[in-house]
Design a protein around this ligand. Structure first.
Ligand code: ASP
Ligand code: MG
Length: 418
């Protein structure tokens, strides 16, 4: 008998029919003898609709009141889900974030969880209830409702699992797991049975949208076993079968992990990037700061940064930013930085993409980078920038070669083979 936290996203509760299916699935787990805490998102599209209403009244809505409005979608689905369970004979009780007392800081729209009072949840579970908690929301010290950022119900699920020391946190969604790469680009992409949370974190920040990044960080910090699985299967499939489905995101030391020894777990990619080069800047202390400081002050995220060795007292510095920030970054550099540091030129390219290999096995295998570069060279793909971490190698390349690069790398590293 396990304690399980199940999170159902917006599509999974997108209609009354789907909510009834969620109830059937949850009741099945309960009938198998498990304690179940359920976290739900708002019905799909609802949070956008609510935020739209706010903007019709205040173009830049007051953050406190926006959270008050945006959090209500989840209050509807928790009540409906509890009723759906009761309707099929399963005791259930729902709570908003404030009612549980999911205490957060007061950073409206992106609040962080400080503590969770699990007393009441435990008592209700003991009484035979399924407990349903609204995702995405909490309450600050003053009693104001807060929200955790878009996609934040994942974080509620993981945080509750951590607080309750649940055996597993199951994230039900409209895909059936985490894939070696996007199956829309590589039809041979395979579902991973397991992936470590470090790899998942890289994949999430490199563009895979399966989980909110913050929830993966949380799972890593509090050692929560996470499983991503489909809510679109028959809700009555046997519990044992469901327990083995999807993708388990876990830790290296987990015995389940030892089964899989692939060096590389996936190929991630991000379109929508742009590259900027500052040419012939004086090679002396303070220059990187003079260039990137104003960019950071404008709240523009910088990703890959490359500075070459100096020549004749000069050097070039290149970096990437999100494509949406490209024009703004170029303007800052041309108007403010160039006159100040007296570089020769600032040039840019907003048609680039980033392709990354991710795998824990890189730590113990040599030659991964050279195999990656050879594979790209054989296709005549030019690499513009390279960056690595312990478990990732990313290259920046011309956007028009991105899909080709993903395909050839996926094949070269035999990710299509189980
Ligand atoms: N309903 C919220 C959103 O749309 C939270 C979530 O779905 O996780 O962002
Ligand atoms: Mg989501």
């Amino acid at each position: 008998m396990a304690l399980i936290v199940q999170k159902y996203g917006g599509t999974s509760v997108g209609s009354v029919e789907r909510i009834k299916n969620v109830a059937k699935r949850v009741a099945k787990w309960r009938a198998a003898g498990h304690d179940v805490v359920v976290v739900v998102s708002a019905m799909s599209g609802e949070t956008n609709r609510l935020m739209g209403l706010a903007k019709e009244i205040q173009p830049i809505p007051d953050p406190r009141e926006l959270d008050q409005v945006a959090s209500t979608g989840e209050q509807v689905t928790i009540g409906l889900a509890a009723m759906a369970l009761q309707a099929i004979g399963q005791k259930a009780k729902s709570y908003t974030g404030a009612q549980v007392r999911i205490l957060t800081d007061n950073a409206y729209g992106k609040a962080r969880i400080i503590s969770i009072d699990e007393e009441r949840i435990r008592r209700d579970l003991k009484d035979g209830n399924v407990v349903i908690v609204a995702g995405f929301q909490g309450v600050d010290e003053t009693g104001a409702t807060t929200t955790l950022g878009r996609g934040g119900s994942d974080t509620t699920g993981v945080a509750l699992a951590a607080a309750l020391k649940a055996d597993e946190c199951q994230i039900y969604t409209d895909v059936d797991g985490v894939y070696t790469t996007d199956p829309r680009i590589v039809p041979e992409a395979r579902r991973l049975h397991t992936v470590t949370f470090e790899e998942m974190l890289e994949m999430a920040s490199l563009g895979s949208k399966v989980l909110q990044i913050r929830s993966v960080e949380f799972a890593g910090k509090y050692k929560v076993r996470l499983r991503v699985l489909s809510s679109l299967t028959d809700p009555m499939i046997p519990v044992e079968e469901e327990f083995a489905s999807g993708t388990l995101i876990t830790f290296e030391e987990d015995p389940t992990m030892a089964m899989e020894k692939a060096v590389i777990s996936g190929v991630a990619f991000a379109r929508d990037e742009a590259k900027i080069t500052v040419h012939d800047v004086p090679d002396r202390p303070g220059i990187a700061y003079a260039i990137l400081g104003p960019i950071a002050d404008a709240k523009i995220d910088v990703d890959v940064i490359v500075q070459n060795v100096g020549h004749d007292g000069m050097t070039d510095l290149s970096f990437t930013v999100g494509r949406a920030d490209y024009a703004k970054a170029m303007k800052i550099l041309k108007d403010r930085v160039q006159p100040h540091i007296k570089c020769r030129d600032v040039t840019g390219d907003d048609k680039i993409a980033k392709v990354s290999l991710v795998g824990l096995g890189m730590r113990s295998h040599v030659g991964i980078a050279s195999q990656m570069f050879r594979t790209l060279a054989e296709e005549g793909i030019n690499i513009q920038m390279i960056t690595t971490s312990e478990i990732k190698i990313s290259v920046v390349l011309d956007e028009k070669y991105m899909e080709l690069a993903v395909r050839v790398l996926h094949k070269a590293f035999e990710l299509d083979q189980a």
